[in-house]
Design a protein around this ligand. Structure first.
Ligand code: AMP
Length: 681
């Protein structure tokens, strides 16, 4: 019965006045609490006022107002946020990457104005830009920056942000658009990430993500805040200082940490102090924005297409922290590359907790000379990706351990090999679970085994359920199994996946049909590094069966034109790997084609040794002719050289024809080409 204290009895004729009184009162306390950080009443008293207002609004629905504090959570946004065209473009800012660049910018101002104009320094809040439009004092629209010209309507969500006044606290007839940053305080970010299944990388992403929720009540729970610092149309203000004062009066949350400077040293000091206090602030900042204070002077300077010329963002140097390198582990990427990863004692860095950082490859580990047990310096490259800069040598313990790349893949235990670049270490096992997704997607792709109906979701299901561990497993799937796989599963959009018997039947048929593909395509499908469609054909031309190919030596293979020694080695290594051999045995048992000798024997090689160049307009598409020529063993090149045997010149042939004439090459017209193709059969 705790609602009793709030119950309020008013006469109908007084209801409207009372409702408005309560709204004003609540908004004042909301402002004091959220924008000023100076609450006057307890949370309990605030809640009680809210309950009274809700009760009266329920009793007297005729006095509803979308800007009532009870309406801070509006309706569901629906499928999409509607676009909002900004009347005045929302610009980005140019950057000064260090104090010298900032100095240069200020020098330019001195050149322009004869002396340094007064400059307003503000903290650069690391959130998402927001534009708030008020009409006759009432919030009517909130929009994101989007691409600067068109943003998204996020009014319902921004209404839930408590430091955004729903009504201005000063009189302002007509429309006015104010701009600023919506951000997530660090404490809210940490609390959110503690619970959330899907973690946000930093408060900026969390703010942007929370702003774009379809359900405003989610936004409300995310505890966003704003700092407002700009107006779209500056006409009625004299300066940034003037504007900030007005914004404060009008009820906006304005960052108190601003300084109007009249010399360069003051500006630079502000920047240095901002770097120092960055870690102590309850929200993230990524720099300092320095603005020419006077709006008339701003107007004189104008904008580039991207940013105002009268402002600059001094960007902080990447934050660095020292922490313990606890271990170096190895991650196997989707293409089989083994990457060493630094396992760090968690450390808070530029807005997020860093506990892992890539070390790229063994050479990098050696070059940086990092050892397990070292204290290392970590920073964020571009303020996003954590990176290990190097060890603190003076802190190196005696037992710091030199690390080495494992000789086998941590995911499947297969031996690993060095890449042709001499740097990357790769697992080439066809059964390696980490690479499975890519391998299967490649196997079923159009140019390989061309298995229709095997989309990413299907492949993911087959792998997740453990039903498919390598490409050979595909050939043991039944219709019933495929149809039952999707039960209870959802796609990334959260919709139920439905694979019925009709689809399952088609997939089984497509799998069956893939057994008729050529050995060259099977070879391409196996995903041997460097063996694409063309190389597979080159190989099969010389070694038309699996027996022949798998017994060829590195020397044999590298003697094929178009196959270099590194590729030859990749191929031999692939066929020597026991896991790969096992998969091939099973594929053969399932009836896949490992023998193209019949095709190769019958192959028409009548144009072998000839290189053609096609130019000008022909009556059929050029690729079609190119294929006909290639089918007879000819090569088709893109440019004319001494190696060209024939140039086929269609209508309006240009420079290629001229060059062919200069070189005295044989030139054919389309009819002559057709004759050549037909007569040679
Ligand atoms: P950037 O996105 O790095 O080009 O930086 C430009 C953005 O900084 C603007 O679009 C604003 O959203 C944001 N910003 C944060 N704090 C301020 C501030 N005090 N003044 C102007 N812009 C700011």
């Amino acid at each position: 019965m705790d609602n009793l204290d709030a119950y309020i009895d008013v006469k109908p004729e007084d209801a409207q006045e009372k409702i408005e009184q309560l709204r004003a009162e609540i908004e004042r306390h909301t402002y004091l609490y959220y924008a000023q950080d100076e609450p006057e009443i307890s949370d309990g008293a605030y809640d009680s006022l809210m309950r009274q207002l809700r009760q009266l609004e329920a009793e007297y629905p005729e006095y509803q107002d979308p800007n009532s504090p009870t309406m801070r959570v509006g309706g569901y946004v629906g499928e999409q946020f509607s676009p909002v065209t900004h009347q005045v473009k929302m610009y980005s800012l140019d950057n000064a990457m260090d104090l010298d660049e900032l100095d240069e910018w200020m020098d330019k101002l001195v050149e322009e104005f004869g002396s340094l104009p007064p400059l307003m320094c503000e903290l650069k809040i690391d959130g998402s830009s927001i534009a708030l439009t008020y009409k006759d004092g009432n919030l009517i629209r909130a929009a994101t920056r989007g691409d600067g010209t068109t943003g998204e309507d996020v009014t319902a969500n921004m209404r839930t942000v408590r430091d955004v006044p729903l009504k201005l606290r000063v009189d302002h007839p007509g429309e006015i658009e104010l701009r600023g940053e919506v951000y997530m305080p660090n404490s809210s970010f940490e609390a959110l990430n503690k619970d959330a299944e899907k973690k946000f990388a930093n408060p900026r992403n969390a703010a942007a993500g929370s702003l774009r929720q379809k359900d405003p009540s989610i936004t409300q729970n995310r505890d966003l805040s704003t700092f407002i610092y700009a107006v779209a149309d500056q006409q009625s203000f004299k300066s940034q200082e003037d504007l900030l004062n007005w914004l404060r009066e009008a009820g906006f949350h304005v960052n108190p940490d601003v300084l109007l400077c009249d010399n360069k040293e003051q500006v630079k000091d502000f920047c240095k102090r901002a770097i120092d206090k960055r870690d102590r602030l309850p929200y993230e900042i990524d720099g300092v924005v320095v603005k020419v204070n006077n709006f008339a002077q701003q107007e004189e300077m104008g904008f580039t297409s991207r940013a105002p010329k009268w402002a600059i963002a001094f960007k902080f140097p990447p934050e660095e922290k020292a922490t313990l390198l606890k271990d170096i582990t190895v991650q196997v990427g989707r293409t089989g590359v083994l990457t060493p990863v630094a396992e760090l004692e968690p450390v808070s860095l530029a807005g997020s907790i860093v506990s892992r950082a890539t070390l790229h490859n063994l050479d990098e580990v050696r070059r940086k000379d990092v050892r397990i047990g070292d204290t290392v310096i970590v920073h964020k490259a571009g303020d996003i990706i954590p990176e290990v800069v190097g060890p603190v040598l003076s802190a190196r313990p005696a037992d710091a351990k030199v690390w080495n790349m494992p000789a086998t893949c941590p995911s499947c235990g297969s031996a690993v090999v060095k890449d042709e670049d001499g740097v990357a270490i790769r697992c080439i096992s066809i059964e390696c679970p980490k690479q499975l997704n890519e391998r299967i997607k490649h196997w079923v792709s159009r140019k390989a085994l061309d298995i229709d109906g095997m989309g990413s979701e299907m492949v993911a299901m087959l792998i997740d359920t453990g039903r498919v561990r390598d490409v050979a497993d595909l050939y043991t799937l039944t219709e019933d199994e495929i149809a039952s796989l999707s039960r209870g599963r959802q796609n990334v959009e959260g919709e139920d996946i439905r694979v019925g018997h009709v689809i399952a039947k088609k997939i089984v048929a497509a799998i069956e049909e893939s057994k008729t593909r050529s050995f060259a395509r099977v070879l391409h499908g196996l995903g041997i590094r460097g063996v694409g469609e063309n190389v597979a054909e080159l190989l099969v031309d010389v070694y038309p069966t699996y027996e022949l190919l798998s017994n060829a030596s590195v020397e044999d293979l590298s003697s094929i034109e178009g196959v270099g020694p590194v590729l030859a080695e990749n191929i031999v290594e692939f066929f020597t790997n026991p896991q790969n051999k096992d998969v091939i045995v099973r594929l053969r048992q399932s009836g896949l084609n490992f023998d193209d000798s019949a095709v190769v024997q019958d192959k028409d090689t009548s144009l072998e040794g000839n290189t053609f160049v096609l130019t000008g307009a022909l009556s059929r598409p050029r690729p079609e002719y190119a294929q006909l020529l290639k089918d007879k063993g000819a090569k088709v090149a893109g440019s004319v050289s001494m190696k060209t045997t024939y140039v086929v010149a269609g209508e309006a042939a240009g420079s290629k024809l001229t060059k062919a004439q200069q070189l005295g090459l044989k030139i054919l017209n389309e009819q002559q080409l057709l004759d050549l193709l037909n007569n040679l059969n």
